[in-house]
Design a protein around this ligand. Structure first.
Ligand SMILES: NC(=O)c1ccc[n+]([C@@H]2O[C@H](COP(=O)([O-])OP(=O)(O)OC[C@H]3O[C@@H](n4cnc5c(N)ncnc54)[C@H](OP(=O)(O)O)[C@@H]3O)[C@@H](O)[C@H]2O)c1
Length: 228
């Protein structure tokens, strides 16, 4: 049995990743901002799953929130709080929150847990292809997903031999944020004719966490969207 931590595991992709490992019989810790919501998600996932509250946008408090985790074999950083920002109508407070969450918050989680991550353990960072292909309101999302690529490089070197990889999904058609929107224009530009589903992302994360030779990889999971 492995110990898997999913930061941002109360909804969307993180929740499905938590479910995947719980169903395999692993010990799972999933996090969200609210303790009650995290506990409810853990109960829904079932198995040996615990919910934990931490706010990545308040990085000084992260280490204390993670103090109860004894050991980590797999760490997935999936949280996001989208800010719908544009340069023309720039909300600095929202931008600061998201930049702190994804770049400082993700890094502080790794810093806090690093001494407890197994030497043959692995980390997956979530970026996203808004960094290559922005959508209206994605200014900060595009920025932080670009930052994830740099964070990956330094973590691979600093944490060796722990492996670190990043996943950059395209638009995941059945994820809660996108599933009620008209995505026909995105599908039209996707060479394989269908958008990635949450199950495709879970599969890719399991590959990145599990394959002992894959390290420092930024994996696009987008049905070839960038070429369409
Ligand atoms: N969905 C897509 O199509 C897509 C495409 C490309 C990239 N991605 C990336 O994939 C990851 C997951 O996306 P998603 O769509 O599945 O997200 P989501 O459904 O919106 O879930 C976001 C998660 O982040 C947590 N969270 C939000 N603010 C937080 C904070 N300040 N501190 C700690 N946790 C916080 C939420 O927990 P609570 O609400 O319980 O606090 C929730 O568990 C993100 O990194 C996103 O950038 C997604």
């Amino acid at each position: 049995m492995s110990s898997i931590v999913v930061v941002g595991g109360t909804s969307g992709l993180g929740l499905e990743i938590a479910r995947h490992y719980a169903e395999k019989g692993d010990r799972v810790t999933l996090t969200g901002r609210d303790a009650g919501r995290a506990a409810a998600a853990a109960k829904d996932v079932g198995g040996d799953t615990t919910g934990l509250a931490l706010d990545l946008a308040a990085p000084h408090d992260i280490a204390a929130a993670l103090a109860g985790i004894e050991s980590v074999d797999g760490l997935v950083l999936a949280a996001i709080e989208r800010d719908l920002n544009t340069v023309a109508d720039y909300d600095i407070a929202r931008a600061l929150r998201l930049v702190t969450l994804k770049l400082v918050g993700y890094t502080e989680v790794v810093h806090a847990l690093a001494p407890r991550i197994a030497t043959d353990g692995a980390i997956v960072l979530f970026g996203g292809l808004a960094k290559e292909r922005p959508y209206p309101g994605s200014t900060t999302v595009s920025t932080v997903n670009g930052g994830v690529a740099g964070l990956l490089n330094t973590l691979v070197v600093e944490l060796a031999p722990i492996r670190v990889n990043a996943i950059h999904p395209g638009i995941v058609g059945d994820s809660p944020y996108w599933r009620d929107r008209d995505l026909s224009h995105v599908i039209a530009r996707t060479p394989c004719g269908q958008l990635a589903r949450m199950t495709d992302i879970v599969d890719a994360v399991a590959f990145l966490l599990g394959n002992r030779a894959v390290n420092g990889v930024s994996l696009n999971v987008d049905g070839g969207w960038l070429l369409g």
